[in-house]
Write a protein that binds this ligand. Structure first.
Ligand SMILES: [Zn+2]
Length: 356
């Protein structure tokens, strides 16, 4: 038996009610068209299950619709109402806006759908350009007068650890066939103040006509120092979206600025995901998440870019590990494997387009 339109639905409803079955015509139950976005808390939201179906993901609801798992053979995406955290294949990925439960469906913001999930689920979608991947700029964070984060007890600081990691990563990437340039190869400042120092790093990247930019950092917290450890990878916050550290949209200064880095939104998140995944898998450390921020270097460079916080110097156990050359080598290798995985994604998109 096939149904066509509302009249058939009504007929079937009549038959069903005669048979004593509760039956509501679909048109009355579905309050909103899943294809249309709704405005919730100042942002456009789309039905997550409907969005997932476009990518072959099947929905499974939990907790009365407040949890949603979208999955295919390759991908599992987990969402939760009122949470800005999601899991993609088990990896922590932060949303710009919390998922929201509204009128029977879990919804994600249109910005998250377009700028976060689409690029990860279908790389290259709606992108005319596939970036090259030959020249890589590595940026050892801080330097000179600016030591970055420190663990005075252990006598280590960020500026020397980032430089050593950059040099190690350079060697690994060169052995893979990439051309690598460092923003600094000594303990120096690149400008007379912080702003000009950061601008200089972006200028070096532009002059090198780089295809990729990676800024290396180590983290620290003031509270709960010995409880907080692990890796965070940052890509630039999309325009009008808010960053992971911001509680509300209004908090994010510069949200409406047009930054050169935002021309690569689609590839920034893909790069971040691939590198973050390798670091979590290979280093066996807590997954602090793939996050968003408007760090100056990420705003200013015009190629796909990420900033990596490879671990916490404020955590004595993790700082001791980071202080060993063997562990920094492992960090370098995990990042390089992530870069290579990103390169494989680019090659896949290119191959698909050339029709091979
Ligand atoms: Zn830093």
């Amino acid at each position: 038996m096939r149904f066509h339109g509302r009249r058939a639905t009504r007929q079937w409803g009549l038959i069903a009610s005669l048979l004593g079955i509760w039956f509501f015509p679909v048109a009355l139950v579905a309050a909103i068209d899943p294809a249309k976005s709704v405005r919730l808390a100042g942002a456009d939201y789309v039905d997550a299950a409907y969005f997932g179906a476009r990518y072959g993901l099947k929905p499974a609801m939990g907790n009365a619709g407040h949890k949603l798992k979208l999955s295919s053979v390759w991908t599992t995406l987990e969402l939760e109402a009122d949470s800005r955290e999601s899991a993609i294949n088990g990896l922590r990925v932060f949303l710009g806006d919390p998922a929201r439960f509204y009128k029977g469906a879990l919804r994600i913001s249109r910005l998250d759908a377009e700028k976060l999930f689409s690029p990860l689920l279908l790389p290259g979608e709606n992108e005319t350009r596939v970036p090259a991947l030959k020249t890589i700029v590595l940026d050892a964070g801080h330097g000179g007068r600016d030591p970055g984060k420190e663990n005075r007890k252990l006598g280590v600081n960020e500026k020397s650890l980032t430089l050593d990691t950059a040099v190690r990563l350079q060697k690994v990437l060169e052995s893979m066939g990439y051309r690598v340039i460092l923003t600094r190869s000594a303990d120096i400042n690149l400008g007379s103040d912080k702003a000009s120092d950061l601008l200089a790093r972006a200028t070096i990247t532009k002059k090198a006509e780089a295809d990729l930019f990676i800024s290396l950092h180590f983290n620290a917290v003031a509270h709960d120092a010995n409880r907080v450890s692990g890796v965070e990878v940052y890509s630039l916050t999309p325009r009008t979206q808010y960053s992971t550290a911001d509680a509300e949209r209004d908090d994010d200064r510069g949200a409406n600025e047009r930054n050169p880095g935002n021309t690569n939104d689609h590839w920034n998140i893909q790069l971040g995901y691939q590198v973050h995944r390798r670091m979590v898998e290979e280093l066996h450390i807590p997954d602090r998440g793939l996050k968003r921020a408007r760090w100056a270097v990420l705003r200013l460079v015009d190629c796909p870019a990420i900033l990596i916080e490879s671990g916490f110097l404020s955590n004595d156990t993790e700082a001791r590990k980071i202080a060993t050359p063997a562990y920094r080598q492992k960090i370098a290798e995990a990042i390089a494997n992530g870069v290579q995985a990103y390169g494989t994604v680019l090659a896949g998109v290119r191959k698909q387009r050339s029709g091979q």
